[in-house]
Design a protein around this ligand. Structure first.
Ligand code: XBP
Ligand code: MG
Length: 251
């Protein structure tokens, strides 16, 4: 079936948001709430085992800070803490602190020029997605994505396939007509669980993940003057463009 749409993950795929975006935003929210919790870079790597910010805070308390006495209304309290984190994160994006990864803008421009449809499937909060798109590709770019499937829109976050299934249903497309872009094992399990061929671009937190089932694994999407290292798959091309997706990945 011919290629009709590209579905992008956000965190770690469009931009390296986790280490220098979400992590400091969580820490700023903790400080503001008078908590002495600080998530350093290695600890945050362990916390990434669980997707979703509220879920990640719960996991931290269950696994790494069991002494902490939670308030009675723990869910609402965590939701409030997470809301503050989102506020800090959106502010950081607005300050232009987090750029897109190599090749992302180019590939999105090429996909639009080729008439491909675009969607997003992410675990993060919807306003984080629109803030990132707006700060990097400009406010109009929000409308380039036919579907922005994000956050609590599905009950179970990645690695559950629900968010990709939701995006496919909203576009009324079969998985065979699409390619997904992911950066993590949880993301890959989710996308392949929805039947999607998936191209993985690794980052410092995910390069040692096991990526069985990925159609191709690269360092990043590549630019003509900055070709990507190919870690697995493909036939040697080091810049991901539409021809390459059609020739090497589309079924
Ligand atoms: C991203 C996530 C998100 C972000 C934080 O996973 O797990 O939770 O880390 O965003 P993926 P929120 O890239 O696989 O979608 O705090 O808004 O959840
Ligand atoms: Mg990701």
């Amino acid at each position: 079936m011919s290629l009709q749409a590209l579905i992008f993950d956000v965190d770690g795929t469009l931009a390296d948001t986790e280490r220098d975006g979400h992590r400091p935003a969580f820490n700023a929210a903790f400080e503001e709430a008078g908590l002495d919790w600080r998530w350093d870079v290695p600890m945050y790597g362990e916390l990434l085992a669980v997707t979703g910010g509220k879920e990640r805070i719960r996991y931290y308390l269950e696994r790494f800070n069991t002494e902490f006495e939670r308030p009675d209304n723990a869910d609402a309290w965590i939701a409030g803490l997470h809301k503050a984190k989102t506020r800090h994160y959106v502010r950081m994006l607005g300050e232009g602190l987090i750029p897109l990864r190599p090749g992302v803008r180019r590939l999105i421009d090429e996909a639009r020029a080729a008439g491909l449809r675009l969607a997003i499937a992410t675990t993060t909060t919807p306003e984080n997605v629109t803030a990132l798109l707006s700060a990097t590709l400009g406010p109009d770019s929000i409308g380039w994505f036919e579907v922005i499937a994000a956050g609590d829109i599905v009950p179970n976050k990645k690695p559950d396939p629900a968010i990709f299934v939701h995006a496919l249903e909203a576009m009324n497309l079969p998985a065979e007509a699409c390619i997904a872009f992911e950066d993590s094992r949880n993301g890959l399990i989710s996308s392949t669980g929805a039947g999607l061929r998936t191209l993985v671009t690794v980052n410092d937190y995910t390069r040692d993940d096991a990526f069985e089932g990925a159609a191709m694994i690269l360092e990043h999407l590549g630019e003509p003057d900055q070709p990507a290292a190919v870690l697995s798959g493909g036939t040697g091309a080091r810049v991901v463009d539409i021809d390459m997706l059609r020739n090497e990945l589309a079924g």
